[in-house]
Design a protein around this ligand. Structure first.
Ligand code: FES
Ligand code: MG
Length: 587
């Protein structure tokens, strides 16, 4: 097929394997191309196949990752879409991350996955790439990579799992995992029942079925416009999910021809839309860190105070667990994310461009048919009137902290109490259930050293359990403060992401038992009522406690490079100087 050869060897702008600038350099461009073609032909390709736009597909299947259990089928569907549109699909592996199988934490490895993905996009010839992610850290890692690599990108998610059923009650990972475990701890259910429910919580492959981090990031990727419209919510096992994958493959070919790069999609307007939708979803607090990291790759900085103001004028409309009721499959049946976007239209930048060549506003109008549904509330009857996530500052959090108000107790929003301090995860595990622990219901639980560097990897341990002795008295919630994160599927009056973290010398590490802490969410304040002189003395006494074997490998890279929560916990070396701050005033 001479046609293919002509296109292949011509110097026209047709995007092909051979035309890519990113040739492995042997000092002789023609020889490099000759060698590359010789090797790939070992896979049985013809020159015709090799003359087509090459669409890379990041394959994140792993036997450890049930959230990605449908990836092999999705790869096939993406390939079909690529070929129907005249492209050549080539899948390649990258790291995959599952929340429960990523020791010490998946967050510790998110940046490794971002580096892997970014460099594999760069290293291998591809004119566009389809990234298949799903579990919490994978979509953030892939979008960070896409933003940095600058190759036309289509994001695809694996989709949520279906909800299960336990003795007639709908259950889903992992809000209900926590609920049942708490019942078991409180002796409300026996061992036979906790074992029975263990089989029901994850009834299919796919991502957690509530509005946790994975669902939140799927919705935000769709909002950002880097994923096809109405592609966030289709369950992993639905035929819809396969069709979305096929369409995404075809869209990648179109993007390759048009040369639409991620920076043309991931604009300040798009991120402002995503922040707005995050708030309206009652979405995971983790997503704020991830959005900050993705935006940071493009020189876009997130201004926490402006985000707090945006929060005050954004109602929570999504009635899904953990902020409300319902599971992702309910949202899908209710029309998917476009149902929410339609309701939020007055607050969105509708002219933001998306990967299908249409604006967000055009996509909303095209996607939504009015459905009688109960999952997405109207602006007039929100789940929570305003401020899903509030930003706190004060002498305990000079660089900021956050609280998910929509999942917290109203009566604890203004609170002053005595600190009960745990110095780390081990200390917490050793003492939290000690019946002799000196703790009362109106105390403030403080957990130190679970920040980005502290644990390391900022574990989702900010959901400090209620001490056993208080739980037995019926105490359900207390003010809890840490420099860590919380699962998107958890709820309570929990202050997170305190920055700077304890391990970086932040004031959180200087809190001692019996100090008074005051929380005032309405006024965005979090303060430690201890004299500066006393704090200075405590800081001095902390010095010189370090030591141990020198760090090597990824651990060393991580400790040298990791940034704090307000900079997305990205690596310093991956984040260019910011050129713009969002959300912008009066937007
Ligand atoms: Fe993968 Fe929840 S564990 S999405
Ligand atoms: Mg999670």
């Amino acid at each position: 097929n001479s046609n293919g050869n002509e296109r292949h060897e011509s110097t026209s702008e047709a995007p092909t394997l051979g035309m890519s600038n990113r040739l492995t350099n042997y000092g002789d461009a023609d020889f490099s191309l000759f060698l590359r073609k010789a090797f790939i032909k070992g896979m049985g390709y013809t020159d015709d196949a090799l003359s087509r736009p090459v669409i890379g597909i990041a394959n994140t299947y792993s036997g450890y990752n049930a959230c990605h259990g449908n990836v092999p089928g999705l790869v096939e569907s993406v390939k079909r879409g690529v070929m129907l549109a005249g492209g050549l699909p080539v899948d390649f592996p990258t790291i995959t991350l599952h929340e429960s199988f990523a020791n010490p934490t998946s967050m510790y490895l998110r940046n490794l996955m971002a580096l892997d993905t970014e460099e594999m996009i760069r290293a291998q010839p591809m004119d566009a790439v389809v990234l298949i992610g799903g579990c919490d850290k994978t979509v953030p890692a892939q979008l960070m990579a896409a933003a940095s690599a600058g190759v036309p990108t289509v994001q695809v998610v694996t989709g949520p799992m279906l909800a299960g059923s336990h003795r007639g009650t709908r259950v889903g990972a992992c809000t209900d995992c926590r609920r049942y475990w708490a019942s078991y701890r409180g002796n409300d259910i026996d061992e036979a029942e906790i074992n029975e429910v263990n089989d029901k919580l994850v009834p299919t492959v796919g991502t957690c079925s509530v509005m946790g981090t994975a669902s939140t990031m799927a919705c935000l990727a769709e909002t950002l416009g880097i994923m096809l419209p109405n592609s966030a919510t289709a369950p992993a096992v639905y035929a819809d999910r396969q069709r979305i994958a096929e369409q995404s493959g075809a869209q990648a070919v179109a993007l390759a021809h048009a040369g639409v790069t991620p920076d043309q999609i991931l604009t300040p307007e798009a991120f402002e839309n995503a922040l707005r939708v995050l708030l309206s979803l009652g979405g995971s607090t983790n997503a704020l860190i991830h959005l900050t990291a993705i935006a940071g790759r493009l020189g876009i900085d997130i201004d926490l105070e402006a985000f707090d103001r945006m929060s005050q004028e954004t109602p929570v409309l999504m009635d899904l667990k953990p902020s409300g009721e319902g599971y992702m499959e309910d949202l899908h049946r209710a029309g998917g994310l476009p149902t929410l976007l339609r309701e939020l239209k007055p607050l969105l930048h509708l002219s933001a461009m998306t990967i299908n060549g249409h604006t967000l506003g055009e996509n909303i109008d095209a996607a939504v048919h009015l459905i009688d549904q109960k999952v997405v509330r109207s602006m007039q009857s929100p789940v929570y009137a305003q401020g899903g996530i509030a930003v706190l500052r004060g002498n305990l959090a000079p660089s900021g902290a956050i609280i998910k108000q929509s999942a917290a107790s109203a009566d604890l929003m203004t609170h002053r109490g005595r600190a009960v301090v745990f110095t780390g995860l081990e200390d917490l595990a050793n003492r939290i259930d000690d019946l002799g622990l000196d703790v009362q219901a109106d105390d403030v639980l403080v957990l130190q050293n679970i920040g980005p560097k502290g644990a390391p990897g900022m574990p989702e341990a900010g959901y400090i359990p209620i001490p056993k002795k208080l739980a037995a008295q019926g105490v359900k919630d207390m003010v809890r403060i840490s420099d860590g994160r919380m699962s998107g599927t958890a709820a309570g009056t929990i202050v997170l992401h305190v920055s700077p973290e304890s391990a970086e010398g932040g004031p959180l590490g200087l809190v001692r038992d019996g100090d008074f802490i005051s929380l005032d969410v309405a006024n965005n304040q979090l303060n430690l009522e201890v004299d500066n002189k006393v704090l200075d003395a405590r800081r001095q006494s902390l010095k010189g406690e370090e030591g141990g074997a020198p760090l090597l490998g990824y651990r060393r890279l991580f400790m040298e490079q990791i940034l704090q929560a307000e900079q997305g916990c990205d690596f310093r070396a991956c984040r260019p100087e910011p050129t713009c701050r969002i959300p912008r005033q009066n937007e």
